[in-house]
Design a protein around this ligand. Structure first.
Ligand SMILES: NC(=O)c1ccc[n+]([C@@H]2O[C@H](COP(=O)([O-])OP(=O)(O)OC[C@H]3O[C@@H](n4cnc5c(N)ncnc54)[C@H](OP(=O)(O)O)[C@@H]3O)[C@@H](O)[C@H]2O)c1
Length: 246
């Protein structure tokens, strides 16, 4: 049975991804930073549905935490076949006028540091097996700017290009690397930072007339984790109800 590691899976989109992958038969690692009770709830719900999961506390911006997490996974289940890097490090909603370098540089640092550490940790095992799936949560904001989202949008744009370079280098090793880019997702934390009026305006700007659902993001991840997506790498897949189509 293949093993999937989902970073930041104690709630929101990550929890939906963990649940969806477990339903497909993956053994699932529910990573969290500081929310053990919620992570345990996700694990219990997966077990109740007949799936297999374990929660691991690890701050993915810290090298020692990441290597300890991989050690625990390899002791119990071997290696990681699918990495879904979903964890959302904090960011500030601000205009450029009010933006400080600490806010922008800090978000760039945590966004890329986390992606770098988790990718470095899983790739050697994938290379030795000649197979792997790397999936990263971007955001439509990385291509379509929206007022106030300069820190997140810029950091996700940097993540996008990092992933393309990873995809290029690993393509000949049977490892794919892709990005899933949702528009605002209903019920998720980021949506909680936006006023109800603004959420209505965002929903109205989407051709399908509503926000994305966590399960829709999760189903896209399931496809990219599967063998069915094996000839797709280095790509950016919007889950946006037609918003930002090219
Ligand atoms: N929500 C949206 O509308 C939306 C739209 C587009 C893209 N996205 C992307 O989708 C992903 C998930 O977003 P979300 O809204 O579901 O996030 P969320 O509800 O805020 O959940 C974030 C998760 O990340 C974990 N986390 C945070 N910092 C961590 C760290 N340093 N190490 C390990 N885990 C950490 C949290 O665990 P703890 O509670 O333990 O800290 C939590 O499980 C993000 O990459 C986000 O940018 C979201």
């Amino acid at each position: 049975m293949a093993v999937a590691l989902i970073t930041g899976a104690s709630r929101g989109i990550g929890a939906a991804i963990a649940t969806a992958l477990a339903q497909q038969g993956y053994k699932v690692v529910v990573n969290h930073r500081n929310s053990a009770p919620q992570a345990d709830d996700v694990v219990a719900a997966i077990a109740a549905g007949g799936g297999e999961a374990m929660a691991i506390k690890a701050d993915v911006t810290r090298p020692d935490d990441v290597s300890d997490m991989l050690q625990r996974i390899s002791e119990r289940w071997g290696g990681v076949d699918v990495l879904v890097h979903n964890a959302l490090t904090p960011y500030d909603v601000t205009s450029f006028a009010d933006l400080s370098w600490e806010q922008l540089g800090g978000k760039l640092d945590t966004e890329l540091r986390a992606a770098f550490l988790v990718t470095k940790a899983v790739v050697p095992g994938m290379m030795s097996r000649g197979h792997g799936r790397l999936i990263y949560l971007s955001a439509l904001l990385s291509r379509r700017p929206r007022g106030g989202m300069i820190t997140l949008g810029t950091a996700k744009a940097a993540l996008d290009q990092f992933v393309r370079y990873v995809a290029l280098e690993l393509a000949s090793h049977g490892i794919t690397a892709n990005l899933v880019a949702p528009t605002t997702v209903e019920g998720a934390t980021s949506a909680g930072l936006i006023s109800p009026e603004r959420l209505k305006t965002i929903a109205a700007s989407i051709p399908m007339g509503r926000l994305a659902r966590p399960t829709e993001v999760a189903n896209t991840v399931v496809y990219l984790a599967s063998d069915a997506s094996g000839f797709t790498t280095g790509h950016y897949l919007p889950v946006s109800g037609g918003f930002g189509m090219e």
